[in-house]
Design a protein around this ligand. Sequence first.
Ligand code: NDP
Ligand code: 2IT
Length: 467
Amino acid sequence: MTVLDEKLEPIFNQVLQRNAGELEFHQAVKEVFESLGAVIAKHPSYAEGGLIERICEPERQIIFRVPWIDDTGHVQINRGFRVEFSSALGPFKGGLRFHPSVYLGIIKFLGFEQIFKNALTGMPIGGGKGGSDFDPKGRSDGEIMRFCQSFMTELYRHLGEHTDVPAGDIGVGQREIGYMFGQYKRITNRYEAGVLTGKGLTWGGSQVRTEATGYGTVFFVHEMLKTRNQGFDGKKVSVSGSGNVAIYTIEKVQELGGKVITCSDSDGYVLDEDGIDLALIKEIKEVRRGRISDYATEKTGVKYFPKGCIWDVPCQIALPSATQNELNGRDARELIKNGVIAIGEGANMPCTSDAAHLFIAAGALFGPGKAVNAGGVATSALEMQQNASRDSWSFDSTEHRLAEIMKGIHDRCRATAEEYGAPGNYVTGANIAGFIRVAEAMRALGVIWSPALRQEPCSHQALWPKR
Ligand code: NDP
Ligand code: 2IT
């Protein structure tokens, strides 16, 4: 476990005190702080002016009641959240998660990660996250609609295309975005397409947004593999989850010649040595909203494991794409023992801190979520561009933009890791490159004036796209 820099230790202790019990948020902050020692050693002014303390404190946190009526006529009450973390680089941007495990600590960890992820894309988007402890599983279409409408009836007042632009995450896809957009339009009397991303193609959405997080994950891992003269071709790949990110990760891995042998949901995982039948997974998950166990029932030769650990299956490439902390130190040891060469976090913080350290120490290529899965939010920013210009781009040109963005993120992480004495460490590279871009914007926008804060220019200009 890395020891924190002496200037960062008290700031971290303050984060622990001010945000008691929010374990996932503590974990996300600690992971970034472990990388920042090298930055402060080189540019001490970044530790001044309360800049790091400010990054750790959301600009605004909104918690609200979401009452709605279920199909039996009963009133249900859920809790809604929107944590507007940082608008230094652009409007708050980040998804909404509907899952019973949601509480403030989860939304804050996701919002904190989102700041650096969005910065890494090089695009003009700040960081935020929201959601609810609402459980969409087993709910009718009407219940989902009424919940989404009630959720937006409070949230709308905090949104705007230049203010805060939510999108999907766990439990929130195009259907939910549609119901929320409909309610926003009704309340405001404005067809303000740029207020939400992940919209349908016929009402302001962008080509490739559905596929973007999964495709982007594979593009990033492909770039990592290339640094060792390797590719996906012929590799055994293990993917967890079977939602939006997992499905389009599987699709792109297969296009690049890899063989995906697993996927899962919260009930269990399937092992299909012949390679996952993507059309069947899409039918079960996207059309029927069914369970992964159906896949084993409907295809011969597939094993279903309702218990047991997906990471015990030997593979060369592991792409955890379900949820936070789904892959721990024990799992990492098992994967390393079985010869894993690359791990790409399709989900947000799916690897525990122990697991991430073990992968890096073992010399595996380890891509952290804030870099690897940034293709989703990057394509959301492309959706915002199209909405602002009332334009729509083709699938091919949008996918090409996504691939370029992912290569840019990869190269930036790599160059930054090298510059700060940790060659090949994508965690260090992602955290530092993201941090410096946000920190520079925060300094430029000011809070208090101090001559010391103005002395050191960003050493990173060459790494960012010219505009
Ligand atoms: P979906 O809701 O489409 O799918 C989530 C998948 O993960 C489902 O298979 C779900 O199973 C499984 N899952 C969720 N929670 C748990 C849990 N507690 N334990 C085990 N399995 C679980 O969500 P996404 O695919 O959109 O999101 C997956 C991950 O990717 C999340 O970490 C999200 O934050 C991240 N992400 C998503 C982006 C996007 O654009 N959608 C962008 C960047 C990151 P079940 O159905 O049983 O719940
Ligand atoms: O975690 C994420 O980056 C997302 N859920 C996507 C956010 C977005 O605004 O597209």
